[in-house]
Write a protein that binds this ligand. Structure first.
Ligand code: EPZ
Length: 418
């Protein structure tokens, strides 16, 4: 178990290169199950979640070759279709194996992903759509058993625009019989990146990025090369860090069109943003204005940046409300921030934040991936000594060498073994 130690007070200065998007890499790696031969993916981040998915797929017989930021994948010699609980419980996104396994092999046995710190995380919409496509499913001992002779194209409406639900059904539909129309789907950039990868493999997909995706089933797909999009949540985390520390940082390699909602809120809070040829230049304001935020599916404000933005509001001038509409329990970071002097009151899915002059260093505990990031950000500005963030294995799931990147920007931060 490692902890992160931060001595706050340094304004961040310089340039930082963001990595490939975790939430694009995971479904795209799973999509390599759909076609035999060597796929080659570029800009694949070195993250715990990527390693977990590789571990599960290796057990199924998939071969991997790492070459720096490139990852080569070959699923020609698949020998199993069982994703075990011991691995799935550490990463519920493993559910994205269900669609490709059914499309390629007609069967899958995947541990039902449990909930996690931020919510129950049901997969009922995934299963409802698959059953409409002709998949027979039954649950036993916590596992989803699924079987389908041939998936058939259908017209499916999603009650909620689920990101991995949309991804799972896209992958199930690309070789289904006939046409599939997916309505009220998620519109996140990671959905479009998966669609691009599937098109490189020969799939016929239109409408990704809108609320309706139409897929014509094809008989087979081929291995492909693909570059993963930049991680908009890592980019946003650095932008907020620059704003909080009143620094000046250029976030290189990020995609401004993926960050519209955050950019609008940061500018309303007084942050100066300039689009540069390489990315976005962020200048922190002397006075951080209090602004309200409500998380919604893309293109709205991302739930994955809610904890980080709340930390910014903790040192703003005035009152702000943070409303979380995507997950039912995504305020776990609040109690830890309050231990650092933040003034926050929770009322249902709404947090009322009263900005304070400053936060104070303290030992705190990470509980989920993005909450960990918000505590690191708080440590970067906390006064009065060292902030220690414990259980940062949560952080390593979604951020690659975060302390090294912050150190390169002038932060006093290091990792210690506990
Ligand atoms: C993806 O999770 C991301 N993970 C999450 O990022 C992100 O927070 C989330 O989308 C929302 O943007 C990956 O892409 C690997 P959802 P996902 O299905 O797909 C409900 C991070 O920090 N729902 O879009 O699991 C669900 O309970 C992670 O990188 C159902 O009710 O989220 C939630 O309230 C955290 N039934 C809402 O929909 C279902 O069958 C949105 O969930 C599916 C979802």
């Amino acid at each position: 178990m490692d902890k992160m130690v931060i001595e706050g007070g340094n304004p961040l200065q310089g340039k930082i290169q963001v990595g490939g998007a975790k939430n694009a890499a995971l479904p795209i790696i799973a999509a390599c199950l759909l076609a035999e031969g060597w796929h080659r993916l570029y800009n694949v981040p070195h993250l715990r979640d990527v390693e977990t998915l590789k571990g599960i797929m290796s057990k199924l017989g998939v071969e991997f070759r790492r070459d720096g930021n490139a990852l080569e994948i070959n699923s020609s010699n698949l020998r199993d279709y069982n994703a075990p609980y011991e691995l799935v419980k550490t990463m519920r996104a493993s559910i994205v194996l269900l669609g490709p396994l059914l499309a390629r092999y007609g069967k899958a046995r995947i541990s039902l992903p449990g909930g996690c710190a931020i919510g129950e995380r049901p997969v009922n919409l995934h299963l409802k759509a698959l059953s409409a496509m002709g998949v027979e499913m039954w649950l036993d001992h916590g596992y989803i058993n699924a079987h389908a002779d041939r998936l058939k194209g259908v017209d499916i409406f999603f009650d909620i625009p689920t990101v991995t639900g949309t991804e799972n059904i896209m992958m199930a539909a690309v070789m289904a019989e006939g046409e599939t129309t997916l309505r009220n789907v998620a519109r996140e950039p990671e959905i479009q990146d998966l669609a691009d990868m599937l098109r490189h493999m020969g799939a016929k997909i239109e409408g990704d990025g809108t609320d309706t995706i139409v897929i014509q089933g094809v008989t087979d797909l081929r291995p492909a090369r693909h570059t993963i999009i930049p991680d908009r949540i890592e980019s946003g985390t650095f932008m907020i860090a620059a704003a909080m520390t009143r620094g000046e940082v250029e976030i290189e390699g990020c995609c401004p069109k993926h960050l519209g909602a955050l950019m609008e809120r940061l500018e309303s809070a007084g942050t100066k943003l300039d689009i540069t040829p390489n990315g976005i230049l962020v200048k922190g304001p002397d006075v951080i204005k209090s602004v309200d935020v409500k998380t919604t599916p893309f293109p709205g404000f991302p739930t994955d940046l809610q904890a980080q933005f709340m930390t910014l509001m903790c040192i703003s001038k005035g009152w702000s409300t943070i409303t979380e509409t995507v997950f039912e329990n995504r305020f776990i970071h609040v109690s830890e921030l309050k231990r650092m002097g933040a003034e926050i009151e929770i009322n249902g899915n709404r947090a009322l934040v009263r900005g304070k002059e400053q936060l104070f260093s303290a030992p705190v505990m990470a509980t989920d991936l993005r909450a960990s990031a918000s505590l690191i950000l708080a440590g970067l500005v906390a006064k009065g000594g060292k902030t220690e963030v414990h259980r940062i294995y949560h952080l390593d799931r979604g951020y690659e060498a975060l302390e090294k990147k912050f150190e390169a920007l002038g932060a006093t931060i290091w990792r210690e073994k506990v």
